[in-house]
Ligand binder design. Structure first.
Ligand code: SF4
Length: 562
């Protein structure tokens, strides 16, 4: 049994609707070692629903592999990651199978809100026979292949992708057991790991340099994996497992700190994907190093154009800016100055701000800011706020701002500093977040999706209070709140009616004037109170012409149907 407790790392997301590489690679390793093994894949949310039946079921298996580790404990709409208490209690009750723990929790420990990654509590460690510190697929393969725990090295890592490509293909099948399969399941796909900036030591807080220089997967292998997933029915993909997709297969990796992107390599990759998955619905990217874009604007534009040619709109190049305070940049060996970060934002805007068929701009930058780093002072918060203000003043678009406090991992240069700065600057952090929420985010959101924008293929996911929450499937999807209970699990189109800080209020598109609730009618863009009353008094209508005749403001007709 594979129990997916979900993972969330800087390069890789595994909270539904996402499925990350861990369960797929592990399943593939098992089936590569012995094809007759029956694997049950279960998410932690499914286990919670099963309650005591889950323990009965789990106790019937020979081996249970638990995947866990969200770097920053947070709230997710799609699922609730496994928590410390569950890891402590559940696997005491489940005592028959061999038990292995995999994922970031096993490798690094458990993250606490704003602070250090703590070693796993002894109570949890005692529950498992193996805590996998290396690559889970390698360790699991050895255990199954040798049919014993004795020879398995929990620290074993892959030496190259060639070693696991067979696992990757065989493991794709596990997606058919995911609860979001056939609905909005989005598969996180890996293109490489390791960071080119390792030659200068990398950023002070980051674990990626621990993997050394990038090792790339071949295009044909990535394409083959997507072909297999597509054949199984997956329609949503994200190339999210790498620190910077723009330098995929860049030639001067290992020589230059910011190697020049190779648009042709990206073209080969994206074209290959489209060739085998012609009717995919989402193809997005994730992290991009703003330093790459600032140092190589022309090649970056070419890469962005390649991506736009083959991807789907609403895509995000998440820039790990972290901070633009020169002192913090220097002391933590970060990537860009304020000018360079602004330049990178502009470059992506020039190519990607154009609106695509699903209602969102093609490709926009996202901004990640990180606090609690070495050298941080009150001034750091002011400088970073200035940076965001400049984005607004220059009329630029960004997809979203992610403000976090550093999570300190053992083995990084931040380890000796720990959470000292975070604790000292708690109040600065809080007020910075508030200021951004109040003054910056609403302006950006209104630019991103002005009132009246129609978003296509939005998936209705959950009811919270009187609202239906819905999102498109992709990178950092915008949350829509619809003040009505719509059928769940459906793809629908929506008109943006109003804005909150980070989410938007929306109504179904087109809105049926004959049966829409008055509270939805009131939200039709540009409608007057009087026109709402006219609709309510005169419905049902037989045609839109009738509505047209009666309404004073004809602008709102384009959002309506009868
Ligand atoms: S550039 Fe910095 S944050 Fe990005 S992967 Fe490299 S070390 Fe990590």
């Amino acid at each position: 049994m594979i129990l997916d407790g979900y993972t969330d790392e800087p390069a890789g997301l595994g909270v539904p609707p996402y499925i990350d590489v861990y369960p797929r690679y592990i399943a593939g390793a098992i089936w590569s070692a012995r094809k007759d093994i029956k694997i049950k894949y279960l998410t932690v949310d499914q286990a919670r629903i099963l309650d005591y039946k889950f323990f009965q079921e789990a106790n019937k298996y020979d081996l249970i592999i638990v995947i866990a580790g969200v770097t920053v404990p947070g709230k997710y709409l799609g699922g609730r990651p496994i928590n410390i208490k569950e890891l402590e209690e559940w696997f005491k009750i489940i005592d028959k199978p061999l038990k292995m723990l995999a994922g970031p929790a096993a490798k690094f420990g458990i993250g606490t809100i704003g602070g250090k990654v703590a070693e796993l509590p002894t109570k949890i460690k005692e529950n498992f026979d193996v805590i996998i510190k290396g690559d889970p697929e390698i360790v699991v393969y050895e255990v199954i292949h040798e049919d014993t725990l004795e020879k398995a090295d929990p620290y074993a890592v892959r030496t190259s992708y060639a070693e696991i490509e067979e696992f990757i293909i065989k493991g794709t099948k596990i997606v058919t057991q995911h609860p979001n399969y056939g609905l909005n399941l989005i598969v996180e796909v890996e293109t490489y790991r390791g960071c080119p900036r390792v030659i200068t030591g990398g950023c002070s807080f980051c674990i990626e340099p621990l993997y050394g220089l990038p090792k790339f997967r071949e295009q044909k292998c990535i394409v083959r994996e997507i072909e297999e997933l597509y054949r199984l029915g997956v329609r949503f993909f994200r190339l999210g497992r790498q620190p910077d997709i723009f330098v995929y297969k860049a030639k001067r990796v290992g020589v230059d700190e910011f190697p020049k992107p190779e648009p042709l390599e990206l073209e080969r990759l994206f074209r290959g994907i489209r060739n085998v998955a012609r009717h995919l619905k989402t193809l997005h990217i994730d992290n991009v190093n703003p330093g790459t874009v600032a140092h190589h604007p022309e090649e970056s534009k070419k890469v962005a154009k390649v991506i736009i040619k083959y991807h789907t709109p609403g895509d995000v190049a998440a820039f790990g800016v972290e901070s633009v305070d020169p002192v913090v940049v220097k002391q933590n060996n970060l990537k860009v100055t304020m000018e360079e970060a602004l330049k990178a934002v502009k470059v992506i805007n020039e190519v990607g701000a154009i609106r695509g068929y699903n209602g969102l701009p093609e490709l926009l930058p996202g901004i990640n800011l990180l606090f609690g780093l070495k050298g941080e002072t009150k001034r750091t918060y002011e400088v970073n706020y200035e940076f965001l203000k400049k984005i607004i003043e220059q009329g630029l678009l960004i997809r979203r701002i992610n403000i976090r406090q550093v999570m300190v991992f053992p083995g990084t240069r931040m380890w000796s500093i720990g959470d000292r700065v975070i604790r000292k600057h708690k109040s600065y952090f809080k007020s910075f977040k508030l200021k951004v929420k109040k003054n910056i985010e609403p302006v950006l959101l209104k630019r991103l999706v002005p009132k009246g924008t129609v978003l296509r293929e939005v998936f209705t996911e959950k009811y919270i209070n009187e609202y239906t929450y819905a999102r498109q499937v992709g990178s950092y999807p915008l949350m829509l709140k619809i003040p009505d209970k719509l059928p769940l699990g459906k793809f629908m189109d929506f008109t943006i009616a109003d804005h909150e800080h980070r989410s938007a209020i929306a109504i179904p598109h087109p809105l049926n004037v004959n049966n829409a609730k008055p509270k939805l009618l009131k939200l039709i863009p540009h409608i007057s109170r009087n026109d709402v009353l006219v609709i309510l008094k005169n419905r049902p209508f037989k045609s839109l012409e009738e509505v047209h005749r009666l309404l004073k403001n004809k602008d709102c007709l384009k959002y309506l149907a009868v």
